[in-house]
Design a protein around this ligand. Structure first.
Ligand SMILES: [Zn+2]
Length: 263
């Protein structure tokens, strides 16, 4: 369960992407590193303690291709527990970073891989993008909803379907979905203040925000026992001539130190 997004600023021609990683259990993430993929170098934020295993939480590559996943948990009959194909989806994210040079290639590969691997029934929500655009992919087996950012100032997803909303359970029936709805609304509210003029610092404020207090309902989540808490955060800024990335692992974004990388 995560909050992800793309934020464009036409004045300085930047696009900032972010992901907060939310879990109910503690994972010890290893230090990220830049590695050579099949075609492109990319920032590997490994999803496993063993960094030689495939799978990333999110990332960016030297061509400026970004991938962020949020998990779906959106089937009408979803009752809780882990998304069965989570590891497979994390492997697909890494493949996109390793092989794709632009948003079109990323979109094609992600859809192809999800269909080929018959990804799991609880669905997934992914954002892929580059300097030119971003697109949100809402996935359930054999169903896709796609929303391009195009000239919109921001494109946000938490863990609920926006396009395929009739496949979304009523959020009053499940606190997971209540949280998804609240985090989505809080992110829109935060970014709407500056509209097209959000900068990197505004996105950092967002990933550290506690609009609902220091609890599981805020974007920087502080759930108690068995509840969701934010345990990693990734922010990347694409400009015409630079790609910078910031990663904070094994703690809350509001408290941790982000490590900087660049291509
Ligand atoms: Zn916090």
């Amino acid at each position: 369960m995560c909050t992800i997004g793309a934020v464009a600023n036409p004045t300085n021609n930047s696009r900032v992407f972010f992901k907060n990683v939310d879990q109910t259990y503690r994972t010890v993430y290893q230090k990220p590193f830049i590695t050579q993929g099949l075609k492109y170098k990319y920032l590997k934020i490994a999803s496993n303690a063993d960094t030689s295993k495939q799978g990333v939480l999110a990332g960016v590559n030297e061509a400026g291709v970004v991938v962020l996943g949020a998990d779906g948990n959106a089937q009408p009959n979803y009752v809780g527990g882990n998304y069965g194909s989570l590891n497979e989806s994390l492997v697909v994210y890494e493949k996109v970073l390793s092989e794709c040079g632009n948003i079109r290639e990323a979109l094609d590969l992600a859809i192809h891989e999800y269909q080929n691997r018959q990804m799991g029934g609880n669905g997934d929500i992914v954002i892929v993008g580059d300097r030119t655009d971003a697109v949100a992919l809402e996935y359930l087996p054999n169903r896709w909803g796609l929303e391009f950012q195009s000239d919109k100032p921001y494109l946000i997803r938490s863990n609920f379907f926006v396009l395929m909303d009739r496949l979304r359970p009523p959020h009053e029936e499940n606190t997971l979905h209540t949280s998804s709805a609240i985090r989505y609304a809080d992110a829109l509210k935060h970014l709407s203040v500056k509209g097209r003029n959000n900068e990197l610092s505004d996105v950092f404020d967002l990933v550290k925000s506690h609009y609902q207090g220091k609890n599981a309902m805020s974007i920087c989540r502080h759930g108690g026992d068995g509840e969701y808490f934010t345990h990693a955060s990734f922010v990347t800024e694409l400009r015409d001539d630079s790609i910078k990335a910031y990663v904070m692992l094994n703690g809350h974004p509001c408290e941790g130190q982000f490590q900087a990388f660049q291509f």
